[in-house]
Design a protein around this ligand. Structure first.
Ligand code: UDP
Length: 246
């Protein structure tokens, strides 16, 4: 079945549900066919307007899911079909569940040394059926070549990259052709959550799609995201109007 792709500010977003992603994880792993799971949120879309590598990453990723309520809202207001926000960390959990059940292996690249170590220990406790093929922190002095060799030699099936945006998208876009895992995912701050260092927003914020507001308010580094949201919505709606007229 061909999947519907929608453009938001010239960035492709796939019309996907979580169950589509789950069944594709099984298919891609069975066929050892590369699967690139990319979170698309307002910040990444605005970034991709100025960053051609991020843009190319999003154009080429196999699964670009709407990981931001702003993307879902702009789609809805412009008669689009994206009606579900899919959180990156929930997708990561689906990959971990698959790995647990099928005894495959994962590699964690990114975050601070103690964070990625703690995240890996906690993941192993939560998903004892999977194996941790390796861990490299995001502040390592290893060269990219050495990182690639370590990942490939570990024979990991899934690679999670947590370097923050745009570094994680740029890194995967540059080195994916040399990497051997089957599933790749850009996961932002998810290792911080798995490590216990950062808590996910309270249920109320998740249910009301306001997790981003909670995270922006509780981290001064994310504060500017509160202002990016209205900018994104205005730009997204204007872009759509212009496209409709052409
Ligand atoms: N990070 C990293 N290396 C860097 C910059 C960031 O490993 O040079 C890690 C950071 O420690 C955190 C993750 O990237 O674990 C996500 O960072 P942030 O929350 O800023 O990214 P976002 O979720 O906004 O993409």
């Amino acid at each position: 079945m061909t999947r519907k792709v929608e453009y938001v500010l010239d960035t492709p977003v796939d019309c996907l549900t979580m169950s589509d992603i789950e069944s594709d994880i099984t298919k891609h792993m069975a066929q050892k066919k590369a699967m690139v799971l990319a979170s698309v949120n307002p910040q990444i879309i605005l970034m991709s307007e100025k960053n051609p590598t991020v843009k190319a990453f999003l154009q080429q990723a196999s699964h670009r899911f709407a990981d931001g309520i702003g993307v879902v809202k702009v789609s809805g207001w412009t008669n689009g079909s994206i009606n579900e926000r899919i959180a990156g960390i929930d997708v990561m959990e689906k990959v971990l569940e698959y790995s647990d059940a099928h005894h495959t292996s994962i590699f964690l690249y990114g975050a601070k040394p103690d964070v990625v170590k703690k995240a890996s220990d906690n993941i192993k406790l939560l998903y004892p059926g999977l194996s941790i093929a390796g861990v490299i922190d995001g502040y390592t002095t290893l060269t990219d070549k050495e990182i690639i060799n370590t990942i490939n030699q570990s024979q990991a099936d899934c690679l999670f990259v947590a370097l923050g945006s745009p570094r994680q998208e740029e890194w995967l876009q540059t080195y994916m052709p040399e990497l051997t895992p089957t599933i790749f995912q850009t996961v932002g701050g998810s290792f911080d959550v798995f490590s216990g260092e950062v808590k996910r927003a309270p249920e109320f914020f998740i249910k009301t799609n306001l997790e981003w507001v909670y995270r922006s308010m509780s981290n001064p580094k994310r504060f500017n995201r509160l202002f990016q949201a209205p900018l994104f919505i205005a730009k997204g709606l204007m872009w759509h109007q212009k496209q409709s007229k052409e």
